[in-house]
Design a protein around this ligand. Sequence first.
Ligand code: ADP
Ligand code: MG
Length: 695
Amino acid sequence: MQPDKLYTPLTYLKGVGPRRASLLGRELGIETYQDLLFHFPNRYIDKTRFYKISELERSQSDVQIIGRIVHMKTVAQKRGKRLVATFVDESGEMELVWFRGQRWFQERLKLNEPYVIFGKANWFNGKYSMPHPEMELLSKFRQQKRIKMQPVYPSTEKLGQNGITNRLISQWIQQVLEITSSCFSETMPPEVCNELQLVDKQSALQQIHFPDSQNALARALFRLKFEELLLSKKMHRKSRIKGFVFEEVGENFNSFYKQHLPFELTSAQKRVLKEIRADLGSNAQMNRLLQGDVGSGKTMVAVMTMLLALDNGYQACLVAPTEILAQQHYNSVHALLQPMGIEVGLLTGSVKARDRKPIHEGLRSGHLSILVGTHAILEEQVRFANLGLAIIDEQHRFGVAQRARMWTKNQTPPHILVMTATPIPRTLAMSLYGDLDISVIDELPPGRKPVRTVHRRDSDRLRVFGFLREQIALGRQVYVVYPLIQESEVLDYKDLMDGYESITREFPPPEYQVSIVHGKMKPQDKEIEMQRFAEGKTQIMVATTVIEVGVNVPNASVMVIESAERFGLSQLHQLRGRVGRGAEQSFCILISGSKLSEDAQTRLQTMVHTNDGFEIAETDLKLRGPGNLMGTQQSGLLTLKIADVVKDRDILKAARHYAALLLKQDPMIGREEHRMVRENMQRMDVFKNIWDHIS
Ligand code: ADP
Ligand code: MG
């Protein structure tokens, strides 16, 4: 076995010089033999089928035909010369066309000799024509090993322009497969190979590039996906860690529940609290993700969980991602607990040094039992006497790193509750957060009127303005949001300013006052404008998506989203969440152009027909795939090359099962028969190619 051979730089391969090697490195990250072997096809073309010219159809993709060139000529055109060949078989006639390298082809192509051609035939000027076909003399073609399914590799324009064709790539891979055939030894534990009848690694690689049949391809894919998932570090999370036991439901919790609870809990809140209490009372550390749409009442769950910590003699903290949110949390927690005489501390970046000191001391002595703040809480100097519970409100992001930081605060790790308003589809959540338990608040407090959503075209704008006037006359306020997409910031800014002008024209002072907030403003100016809107001094807020997460103006009841087709689903849903916070019926108006892509149409329709964040997230997942969902990128499972945590659920389940078995038998993965598992787990990180899923 010579595994080192796998790391040979590509320049050593016949036909790959330094220039091509560096291109492959830059464009696709392929530098070694191994990289090339792990550059998988994203589809295959059936090469067992030959077409007759008379059988061609207009919507066909690549076809393979046997025939002869009977005539060739160069044709001069406005946009340059091209070479046109008349190609015939017994059924008909078509054209082959070259726009580049005419001379070269004209000199080499033979008239009246049978060729096998391959490419896409376009219907053009009353006949079929195939630009730049792949072609080979039939006599030569017959001598070759027949490829049944031809691999098609992901590539880039630049590679194509530099003559690195699909055919070359597949030839190189063929070469590398031969050179490295002795380099693979079995990585999977023998009992797993047996039970699952895995094909060996070498043939799996051979078959994924050059499959003998669909069946062989399927087995190769299973083997490679299973291996990748099993070796993923995410599968090998340590099993449960010992945690503090909160046995008591004591004085604080009970008296709050009986005397200070301002409303009846929803049944979803009750269920979630039960789930949390079961965790806290067990011997293990809680690691729970609490999902609930904006306004579903997560804060109350957080407060009551903190009271459980207090009842058992522990401190608790609540960490928010921004100052504004920390302040808001502090206000609500403080208001709820003050009547019970429980002191709450606030610690953010802007708390002055002299005000920090008593907080630090209170935490260290244990006198201060509840702390709310930003990540300032995670700093070195902040020490707790006995932190038993950390609640992290992540709102729209998943800070895995922050979660880990909380651990270092104690010998025994505190219980962790992560709250998020981003609904992650269940199917995905289970894969991504295998190490977290999940609770869901899937019910809004009673009396909320769901936001009514409509889709309007640009041409309906005057009617929309009329509606806004009615709403403003009723005393309500309105948001008008424009998209902001980084690449075209200048253009978007212009859109925003044009929009602002037309709004001020339609809604002139002194009757109307219009605020504007965008990314180019100074923070203090932004703050002032937000404040004016919040106080009701302006009726309309024109903004880009910078309107801060967590902005809460209950009197705002209309959200108008301009160029709505340019927003992603989760963003639309987040924006809509800015209204519907007061007692009034709220509205969301999505304005788009009249030409919509199919995906855009689906997005807007989804918004119109549902307010359910989970349903929206499921649709988003279908449209965009897991890698693009908000916040999920950081999860290690999404950097996989070949397995897809959503499509390959069954393989994932199998891998999870065997990972657990493996850990049970050999917790440190130290045994000799698991050496290859261990080494390959460490090596996983080196695969850095981009994999386009086989569909
Ligand atoms: P989230 O943090 O999940 O977005 P909040 O905890 O801020 O939501 O709750 C939103 C609003 O709903 C708050 O004003 C809160 O007091 C109120 N609320 C929470 N639970 C209930 C309930 N069971 N019944 C009525 N109102 C509730
Ligand atoms: Mg909240």
